[in-house]
Design a binder for this molecule. Structure first.
Ligand code: GLN
Length: 504
């Protein structure tokens, strides 16, 4: 299998500008020993799903394993690590004829919102190369937005699929926790993260998710969607029947005001002028499509970021303990003794952001401090989950009376930001995770899609739903896309047809 004629020049021209890939192998050389792992998923993936991925190249974030390929996680410490096996999610997609064409850049171990925390290279936004692509799955998002690949895999621990998707004007899904096997994903914060899909269209996103989801014996936390959940395909009755969407109240948004860092252009309850405009436009467009919008209040949202960073760093400090220069990755040339070997490997191998988070994580887990930080964060997490359940209900089938079908939220308070003075400080970037990290804390699915172009840059919004309601979120976004097709950056060429009628 090869890429279309003229494609290599197209790739080169884009890649020089955006730096999305850490590895590029433009021929179908990927894993040869693909075995589809046992799945109890009752329904075979729809033909339409297979059609939208078949024979297509896709990219994989460099923290997801592809056998015999590097698995750097954007870190010096793993720069030369070669994966001994392939992630289940990748296997399930390649089993349908798609093939991995490259590994994409990312914030080191998924820690960041710009991909600038990669220790290996810089990735730029295809809409404006002076801006970041977002993160941590910035390489995957930039590659899809530039039209190099029709879809890519990323991981979302606190927004890392949805935020770069919003920055680059594409579709990004963070599945229900447990819907997709994490086997082969290098762990950052296990209780929060999922492998997600970044794609050019909603139909493609749905297709990739349909192929890779489902229980996997190699991830004991993975499971099939309950029979009562909205189907991914064949839900035409529902498509014809728009429901009710809860919209976060402006007063709640006001509570989300970014604190610290560079606040230039921040207004409207924490949203930049352009993001506010895009969000309002999305609301109007959904009303025009027939959805009933109701204001909802989520006061607990203001605790989401501190709870997220407490839990994520605690889990990261444990998960990253394995990188010691003995079992994995780089080791310094002349270690004097084992202690020094570990200390030097970690000191030289990890970047500043990773070290900061490991220190924070060990601090919140320190004996005597757990009550004050970690356990309190877990209680807040339970409260956030309950607030969402109160709004959405827990039954995965139809919404109960008084419940909404989905909740509409902004993705990030700003559009893709620049670097230096036009950027966001590391603290402001963390505070800005407010809209994304609550879906991870609650384990709920969330789908980001482009709402509009404002000032020449995309603005994304996201729909959050009940557990295993991805089918319903896709239906809403697809209706939106039909009337408001997603735009592409200058220089984009359609190498991959997104419709089932014609396929290049
Ligand atoms: N910005 C978040 C963080 O830095 C998102 C990370 C992610 O989803 N991997 O933790």
């Amino acid at each position: 299998m090869k890429l279309p004629d003229g494609f290599e020049a197209y790739y080169k021209a884009w890649e020089e500008k955006i730096g999305a890939f850490l590895k590029w192998v433009p021929e179908k050389t990927g894993p040869t020993d693909v075995v589809v792992s046992a799945t109890t998923d009752a329904a075979p993936p729809a033909t339409e799903a297979a059609f939208l991925v078949k024979d297509l190249p896709f990219a994989v974030k460099d923290n997801i394993a592809v056998k015999d390929w590097t698995l750097s996680c954007g870190s010096k410490i793993l720069e030369k690590l070669v994966a001994p096996y392939t992630a289940t999610a990748v296997e399930r997609i390649t089993a349908f004829g798609a093939w991995v064409v490259g590994k994409t850049n990312m914030d080191e171990f998924g820690m960041g919102s710009s991909t600038d925390a990669s220790a290996l290279q810089r990735t730029n936004n295809p809409w404006d190369i002076s801006r970041v692509a977002g993160g941590s799955s910035g390489g995957s998002a930039a590659a899809v937005a530039a039209g190099i690949v029709p879809f890519a895999l990323g991981s979302d621990t606190g927004g890392s699929v949805r935020q770069p998707a919003a920055f680059c004007g594409i579709v990004g899904l963070k599945p229900t926790w447990g819907a997709v096997s994490r086997y082969g994903l290098v762990a950052y914060a296990s209780s929060l993260e999922q492998i997600g899909v970044l794609s050019d269209t909603v139909a493609r996103n749905r297709a990739v998710f349909a192929l890779m989801r489902g229980a996997d014996v190699r991830d004991q936390c993975s499971r099939d969607a309950p029979g009562s959940s909205p189907p991914l395909y064949g839900n035409d009755g529902n498509k014809a029947k728009p429901g009710t969407i809860g919209v976060l109240k402006p007063e709640s948004l006001a509570e989300a005001i970014l604190r610290g860092g560079n606040q230039t252009g921040i207004s409207h309850g924490g949203l930049s002028e352009a993001v506010y405009r895009g969000f309002e436009r999305a609301k109007q467009n959904l009303v025009t499509l027939g959805y009933k919008l109701v204001d909802v209040d989520l006061p607990c949202l203001k605790y989401a970021v501190p709870a997220y960073y407490t839990i994520a760093t605690a889990e990261a400090s444990a998960n990253l303990a394995r990188f010691d220069g003995i079992r994995y990755g780089q080791r310094p040339p002349v270690p004097e003794n084992p202690d020094e070997l570990v200390e030097k490997s970690r000191d030289l191998g990890f970047g500043g952001e990773v070290k900061l988070r490991i220190l924070l994580g060990t601090f919140v887990l320190r004996s005597g401090f757990q009550d004050r930080y970690y356990l309190r964060a877990q209680r807040i997490r339970a409260g956030i989950k309950r607030s969402f359940e109160n709004l959405l209900g827990t039954d995965s089938a139809e919404s109960a009376p008084g419940h909404v079908d989905a909740i509409l939220l902004p993705v990030f308070p700003t559009q893709a930001f620049g670097r230096g003075d036009t950027g966001l400080s590391p603290f402001a970037q963390k505070a800005a995770d407010i809209y994304t990290c609550s879906a991870n804390l609650a384990g709920l699915p969330a789908l980001a899609f482009p709402a509009s172009l404002e000032d020449g840059l995309p603005v994304g919004v996201q729909l959050l739903g009940r557990s295993f309601s991805e089918g319903m979120l896709f239906d809403i976004a697809e209706r939106y896309e039909k009337v408001h097709p997603f735009p592409h950056p200058a220089g984009w060429k359609p190498f991959y047809s997104a419709s089932t009628e014609s396929q290049q």
